[in-house]
Design a binder for this molecule. Structure first.
Ligand SMILES: [Mg+2]
Length: 472
């Protein structure tokens, strides 16, 4: 968007009333003029004028208009005008022209997408893989936070890449963002299934505005888009369900058989949801654990495009909860929802993890995978192992999980059970460790996790040899 349609502040006292307002009265409801309320008249090209007492005479309306056409050059202005209250009666009033929330989400998602494409194109080959994903996460997060702080300084943010701020739960407006959804795919040359998610949640309204960018295919989808193209009528072809390649729902093969659908693995929740919005797939079903930032923007965009969106038990998807864990969802074409949801409910009986158990499980999973990108650790997290301090910060613990030589020998987690109460989760399992050529030792592990909010605060591990003679 050009500088001409960027936000502009006008000091009304330096822009005194003039005869132009008399003429403006005649075109007050024309496409190129909007009143921002009180005593100002704003033009599509960003100028605002004080009209004082004329305001009442002209019966100007409070402007909530979005999508005003710019008279200057015929662009779509797509902005809402709003006033900023004057700090004191004698102070000049200011009128601020704001980009509306859906346009802002679109601009930010597109901007972060461009940044990610540039970063990826410039990355040396040795940075590809997890390192590139991490750089992309950080760069896109910084870009989005900076834009939101500049454009919406009063709003709070829930980001995958930032520490959680408990104040957001009581806030009126919260942006829920995943700066780079599908970091793994982003780090792989040629992969296109990664996305940028920017969604706005408002108290009492839920998700109101959002955008999902898929930079690798040059696409940005928004809640203000025209309704999606209709899917082909049901029964004209064999439908498809997109699923996570790494964490497909345990029940999905039974469901696919029941409804006669093909399964298509794909990375990035945003890419999967947008495949449904575009009509390339008929549903996206997930049950392998997810966070609010994974689904907020895709769900808002899909809902705006007329898609059915719900938890797998049919209950509504709710956002900005104290614990941002939202483990499952279904996004599908609305006319297929009854049949698909019936098949899903027939085949889902396994309970899903609670948020805290999911966090503990992600940690234990990383012992073997050496990928800690899904492990939620507080900045000041600490770890103790049989009385010895083995970690003094979230960064240090994550680094050890991914690069520590002691973790390289871990082979398999078995007989894993969880016990949860209050903020506490205890995991008990057997761990197979390579102890020599063709030699495996098994130890018994008990790990206590303290998880007061959206990340793990501490881990206390007890590692015991199995009693001699005990065979596993
Ligand atoms: Mg991400």
């Amino acid at each position: 968007m050009s500088a001409a349609v960027r936000e502009r502040r006008v000091d009304a006292r330096r822009d005194p009333p003039s005869q132009v307002f008399v003429a403006l009265g005649q075109v007050l409801f024309g496409a190129d003029v909007r009143c921002c309320g009180h005593e100002f008249l704003c033009f599509g090209d960003g100028r605002c004028q004080w009209i004082g007492e004329h305001a009442r005479l002209l019966k100007v309306r409070m402007c909530t208009a979005v999508g005003a056409s710019s008279g200057a050059d015929n662009r779509t202005c797509s902005r809402a005008w709003s006033t900023v209250e004057h700090p004191a009666e004698q102070e000049p009033w200011f009128c601020e022209c704001m980009t509306d929330d859906a346009t802002l989400a679109t601009e930010i998602a597109a901007g972060a997408g461009e940044l990610l494409l540039t970063l990826r194109a410039a990355a040396p080959y040795e940075h590809y893989g997890r390192e590139l994903g991490r750089r992309g996460d950080h760069a896109a997060n910084a870009f989005i936070l900076e834009r939101l702080a500049a454009e919406r300084p009063g709003d709070l943010v829930l980001s995958e890449e930032s520490a959680d701020d408990a104040a957001r739960v009581d806030a009126e407006r919260v942006w829920i963002i995943d700066p780079l959804d599908g970091s793994k795919e982003y780090g792989r040359p040629g992969y296109i299934d990664w996305a940028v998610h920017v969604a706005l949640w408002q108290s009492g309204k839920g998700l109101t505005d959002a955008a999902v960018a898929q930079p690798a295919i040059g696409a940005v989808y928004s809640t203000s888009d025209e309704p999606a193209l209709a899917h082909e009528p049901l029964g004209r072809y064999r439908p498809s369900i997109v699923i996570s390649g790494s964490r497909p729902p345990a029940f999905i093969r039974d469901v696919a058989r029941k409804v006669g659908a093909d399964l298509v693995p794909m990375g990035s929740a945003g890419a999967k949801a947008m495949a449904v919005v575009r009509g390339e797939a008929d549903a996206y079903v997930h049950a392998g654990g997810q966070w609010e930032w994974d689904s907020a923007a895709p769900v808002a965009v899909a809902q705006a495009a007329g898609m059915f969106c719900a938890r797998i038990d049919g209950s509504p998807l709710e956002y900005n909860r104290p614990h941002p864990y939202l483990p499952d969802l279904v996004i599908c074409r609305a006319d297929w929802a009854p049949a698909l949801m019936a098949a899903v409910s027939e085949h889902t009986d396994a309970p899903t993890d609670s948020a805290r158990v999911a966090m503990a499980r992600a940690y234990i999973h990383s012992l073997i995978s050496h990928d800690a990108s899904h492990v939620r650790l507080a900045e000041d997290a600490w770890r103790v192992e049989n009385g010895q301090r083995t970690g003094n910060s979230g960064i240090e613990i994550r680094d050890r999980l991914e690069n520590g030589a002691e973790y390289r020998q871990l082979r398999r987690v078995r007989d894993l059970t969880f016990h949860e109460w209050h903020h506490d989760v205890v995991a008990r399992f057997l761990l197979d460790i390579t102890s020599g050529p063709n030699e495996v030792t098994t130890v018994s592990i008990t790990e206590h996790f303290d998880i007061p909010a959206g990340d793990i605060r501490s881990i206390v591990a007890i590692i015991e040899p199995l009693p001699s003679g005990e065979h596993t």
